[in-house]
Write a protein that binds this ligand. Structure first.
Ligand SMILES: [Zn+2]
Length: 256
């Protein structure tokens, strides 16, 4: 009888240890959402037709073996160079995801591309960008995030016409096509657009470690050297906190 009690206690202790171990090693899915990847033939750009800042950040992510979700603005891709297309295709091969971030990214007064415009206009812009992105980079796009994170209900109707779109990043309203919404949870990679402070981020992270996932939004074109260094510190901080870097599409596929 004594032995049986002891065995039960031992079994309980082992189970508890196992549960605690699983808790301790539970990973936090982190989606690095980088906005405004855009081809330009401006002389200030790198040889790949994107800003130097984009190139250095993508190189750093490769060194760290971190995958990100890259929001492409399609306008200009019509004239992109083979070198640009090769560079982005390599990013896709490395595991990064390309998502739809609009055709022009233009703002007309207060109205972004997918807010306050007719169904016809929104569908034209959305479809044109989708075709252009997919044909330029030989990829399939399943995720969308709108310029300025602005959308209206008409945009949700537009998305219904594109059943391949399954992941709505920071979109207001239910993602159509039985898709998934990725929420912001007050995302604070940049404390304001284009500016990063690792110390501020650590406070944000502490409060949000219990979330099912984090989507961290950044704009590499806006980052100066200080911001880039802060970004690197944040990646290290996330790694220490058991982050599992994952693209929006992968997160959707695993949760489905
Ligand atoms: Zn944008």
């Amino acid at each position: 009888m004594q032995l049986r009690k002891f065995s039960l206690k031992l079994l309980f202790a082992i189970s508890l240890f196992y549960i605690l171990m699983v808790e301790a090693t539970a990973q936090l899915p982190v989606i690095i959402k980088l906005d405004d990847l855009k081809y330009s033939d401006d002389a200030k750009m790198s040889k790949y037709g994107v800003s130097h800042s984009w190139v250095s950040i993508m190189l750093y992510l490769k060194q760290k073996d971190i995958k990100a979700s890259l929001g492409v603005v399609a306008m200009g891709l019509e004239n992109s160079t083979p070198r640009h297309r090769k560079w982005v295709k390599e990013l896709i091969r490395d595991g990064h995801e390309i998502w739809h971030h609009g055709y022009s990214h233009a703002k007309n007064g207060k109205a972004g591309e997918y807010h306050g415009h007719s169904f016809f206009d929104q569908k034209e812009s959305f479809g044109k960008a989708l075709t252009l992105i997919e044909s330029t980079y030989d990829t399939i796009v399943v995720s969308v995030g709108t310029p300025f994170n602005q959308n209206d209900n008409t945009f949700l109707k537009v998305l219904e016409s594109y059943p391949q779109i399954k992941v709505c990043i920071f979109i207001k309203g239910q993602c159509p096509n039985r898709g998934m919404n990725l929420k912001r949870f007050g995302s604070k990679l940049e404390y304001k657009v284009g500016e990063i402070d690792a110390a501020l981020f650590s406070k944000y992270l502490e409060k949000n470690l219990h979330r099912p996932y984090l989507v961290l939004q950044g704009h590499p074109s806006h980052w100066n050297n200080k911001d880039k260094n802060e970004f690197k510190k944040i990646l290290d901080m996330l790694i220490k906190n058991n982050a599992r870097f994952i693209t929006a599409e992968e997160y959707y596929l695993r949760r489905k």
